[in-house]
Write a protein that binds this ligand. Structure first.
Ligand code: UD1
Length: 386
């Protein structure tokens, strides 16, 4: 068995890390699995890519396709053209893709047409909103995948409804949570709270919230972005909000003239405690700093998918700034609420989340136990033997 693992964008890295480890352990155990890592280069900034490889202990990619940014068509086509050459040279038995980014569908499509088995990790999630590019990527990748690994029960039902045979679908849990559980202790050593001026005397922590925004649907329209910003500015009068800014969002802030609504902090300079107020904008954070930041937040406001899952395990109130979620288990069993993007709704949900009593710890969603990657590799070995 030769598995060609694919990564391209930030949320892929924490998903592939545990899979690479599990393959390595099984091949040392005598299973003779070869693996090869391809980075498409969809994300190329150090803060969005190299830093994650270092912090997550992922080996350097064997090949970087260096496709960079572009329109969806250009980016997807570039990945396909360059990835086909790699497949022809490497002759893998399996191509393993994760998540729902453009690199996921591009590489899955190339592999399927070359007759290579396509493995999709985090299959079956559906927002039922086809205006999201990720939703198109998910539906198409699942339609051509040979083995589909799911994180929650809703995904199994979605795949069944789309006519994908149960024999191809394996409910294994969540590899992103494998990474979180593995790196949680290490993240405690991060100095991010101190760097942001959020630690007081006697190791006390100044209460704060966290904001992330990067989706086209949230930040590309100035009116929608403005309305969300108005809500967050209101919240930030009583609770400082730390906002690591994604490059797409940064360019929109500049284009729409919103720059003055934030206090831009230089992390290296350190910010005195008394200044921790308003919305504190910082560069995108590495994995360990962001994990530390989420872990002590009073509330997290986000349009991300993965953060809804991570806050569920960390037991931190999450307010999702979207109309839909492809991860309903985070609402049913976790700490997440869907607030939409209207100012009044956001404020109501943030208030309710801040007032929510912190009762006994909830149990994690089924199989979010740190062992999803091992289950995936065991299943791949099993299906090759069958
Ligand atoms: C991509 C994924 C999204 C994921 C997100 C995580 C798709 C369709 N979208 O969105 O699902 O949640 O990654 O971050 O695959 N840029 C940089 N440096 C980089 C990468 C991008 O400055 O290293 C800028 C470029 O101006 C680029 C823009 O960010 O045009 C958007 O990048 P792109 O990869 O197209 O999509 P994301 O918005 O990052």
């Amino acid at each position: 068995m030769k598995i060609l693992n694919v990564v391209g964008a930030r949320p892929n890295f924490m998903k592939i890390g545990p899979i690479i480890d599990a393959i390595r352990v099984r091949s040392h155990g005598g299973e003779g699995i070869e693996q090869f890592l391809v980075h498409t280069g969809q994300h190329y900034d150090r803060q969005l890519s190299a830093l994650f490889f270092e912090q997550l202990g992922i080996p350097a990619p064997d090949v970087n396709l260096e496709v960079g940014s572009g329109s969806h068509a250009v980016q997807t086509a570039e990945i396909m053209t360059r990835f086909e050459t790699v497949c022809l040279e490497q002759k893998p038995s399996h191509v393993l893709v994760v998540g729902d980014v453009n690199s996921t569908i591009a590489c899955a499509l190339v592999a399927a047409k070359l007759g290579i088995r396509v493995v999709h990790v985090e299959a079956g999630l559906r927002s039922f909103d086809r205006t999201m590019p990720e939703e198109i990527n998910r539906i198409l990748t699942d339609a051509i995948a040979d083995e589909l690994f799911t994180t929650e029960q809703s995904a199994n039902e979605n795949l069944r409804r789309e006519g994908i045979p149960d024999s191809k679908v394996h409910f294994v849990g969540n590899v992103m949570i494998d990474s979180l559980l593995r790196h949680r202790r290490k993240a405690e050593e991060s100095s991010i709270l101190k760097d942001l001026g959020l630690t007081g005397g006697n190791h006390g922590i100044t209460p704060y919230g966290v904001l992330t925004l990067h989706r086209a649907a949230t930040v590309d329209d100035p009116d929608r972005f403005r309305e969300i910003l108005e809500a967050v500015l209101e919240v930030s009068k009583g609770l400082p909000i730390v906002f690591p800014v994604h490059p797409r969002t940064k360019s929109r802030i500049a284009a729409f003239g919103f720059h003055g609504d934030f206090r831009w902090a230089q992390l290296s300079a350190g910010t005195p405690t008394e200044n921790a107020r308003g919305i504190i904008a910082v560069e995108p954070l590495g994995y360990l700093d962001f994990l530390r930041l989420m872990s002590s937040a009073r509330v997290v406001l986000t349009d991300s998918g993965g953060i809804q899952e991570e806050t569920t395990i960390l037991d931190i109130p999450c307010v999702t700034l979207r109309e839909s979620t492809e991860r309903p288990v985070t609402v049913e069993q976790g700490t997440n609420v869907l607030a939409g993007i209207r100012k009044r709704d956001i404020l109501t949900h943030v208030q309710a989340q801040l007032e929510r009593p912190r009762t006994a710890r909830r149990s994690a969603p089924p199989l979010w136990d740190g062992k999803a990657a091992e289950r995936i590799v065991d299943q791949l070995i099993k299906s090759v033997r069958e």
